[in-house]
Design a protein around this ligand. Structure first.
Ligand SMILES: [Cu+2]
Length: 119
C-alpha cells in the first residue's frame, strides 16, 4: 500500500513537471516573435526580412520593434512612412510588379527591398 501511494505521488510530480515544461516551451514560442508572410519587423537597426517577396496587390506592414524611431522610405519616392516610433506600424499596398528598394532616412545604412511579382 505504501509503495502504491509513493508511485502515485511520483506520477503526480512527473505530471506537474511535464505541464511546467510544456508551459515554459509554449511561452518561449510566444516570445520568439517572427514576422508573418506580409510583414517586416524593424529590429536591431535592420529590416527583417531584408528582402520580402509578395504578389501584386499585397499590403505589407512594417512594425518598429526598436526603441528608436525609423522610417520606411522608397528610394524612388513611391512611398514614405515618415517617422515610425517604437511599436508603430506603417502599411503600403504594392499594386505593380517590380523591385522596390527602400531605406530608413534616419539611419541610411538600413536598407530593404520589396519584390512584387505579377499575379
Ligand atoms: Cu532607422
Amino acid at each position: 500500500m505504501k509503495n502504491i501511494i509513493l508511485s502515485q505521488s511520483k506520477l503526480v510530480v512527473a505530471a506537474i513537471l511535464l505541464f511546467a515544461f510544456l508551459g515554459v516551451t509554449n511561452s518561449c514560442k510566444k516570445s520568439s516573435d517572427t514576422p508573418g508572410a506580409n510583414e517586416v519587423y524593424i529590429e536591431n537597426m535592420a529590416f527583417n526580412p531584408k528582402t520580402i517577396t509578395v504578389a501584386a496587390n499585397t499590403t505589407i506592414t512594417w512594425t518598429n520593434k526598436d526603441g528608436v524611431a525609423h522610417t520606411v522610405t522608397s528610394a524612388t519616392g513611391l512611398f514614405d512612412s515618415g517617422t515610425i516610433s517604437n511599436n508603430g506600424v506603417y502599411s503600403h499596398k504594392f499594386t505593380t510588379a517590380g523591385t522596390y528598394s527602400y531605406i530608413c532616412t534616419i539611419h541610411p545604412d538600413m536598407v530593404g527591398t520589396v519584390v512584387v511579382n505579377a499575379n
